[in-house]
Design a protein around this ligand. Structure first.
Ligand SMILES: [Zn+2]
Length: 202
């Protein structure tokens, strides 16, 4: 619970960040972190196309550098891009100056006004610096698809349990999540459609 659906006090630490969209609207917002990579991203794109869903991909700059083809695929299909730093670094381990330099480096390979901090961590000074330049996007539901302790059905169960109006939902197009999302992502989409949710783009 604590991880899947961040509690209010945690959300209050970064009040200008986006955690959840309109709670009165029967809609969810899919996001995918840590790509793009050739092993997973094209599979996610195919699935989203099949359901005519647009999503936001928070990309690691170094992956964009290594996989420009997959980056272009995401852009060409009409999805939105967000900055997830160049090296997927943890805010607490870096001085603000260096953290911002890493985010700026990522923005050289993808121009975007959205930012999501890796691991959900930012020092206060980093948050203040980031929010001057970006819309910071956190999440209302993290599926934990990356967890080695979870299997696909448990990831799906997280979506079934915690998705609600306006949820910004986080999956990962990464090798860590690959086993889990093959099971959980198509079924999550089916479930959310059956529940009557519209899929909207941030
Ligand atoms: Zn990440």
């Amino acid at each position: 619970m604590f991880i899947e659906q961040p509690p209010q006090f945690f959300r209050a630490l970064y009040p200008c960040a986006l955690w959840r969209m309109d709670p009165n609207e029967k809609a969810v917002y899919l996001t995918f972190d840590d790509g793009p990579i050739p092993e997973v991203t094209p599979w996610v794109l195919e699935l989203l196309d099949k359901h005519d869903i647009k999503a936001t991909f928070f990309m690691v700059g170094d992956n964009v550098r290594k996989h420009p083809e997959e980056y272009n695929m995401v852009v060409e299909r009409g999805h939105r891009i967000g900055n997830h730093t160049f090296n997927h670094i943890r805010g607490f381990e870096f001085l603000t100056k260096n953290y911002m330099a890493n985010a700026d480096k990522a923005n050289e390979v993808m121009q975007t006004d959205l930012f999501r901090p890796p691991h959900g961590h930012m020092r206060w000074m980093q948050y203040l610096a980031l929010k001057r330049r970006y819309k910071i996007v956190m999440w209302d539901l993290v599926t934990r698809d990356y967890s080695k302790k979870l299997r696909g059905p448990q990831v799906l169960a997280n979506v079934m349990r915690y998705a609600r109006n306006g949820s910004i939902i986080t999956f990962h197009d990464s090798l860590k999540s690959w086993n889990n999302i093959q099971y959980a992502l198509p079924r999550s989409i089916e479930f959310l459609k059956e529940e009557g949710y519209e899929f909207k783009l941030l």
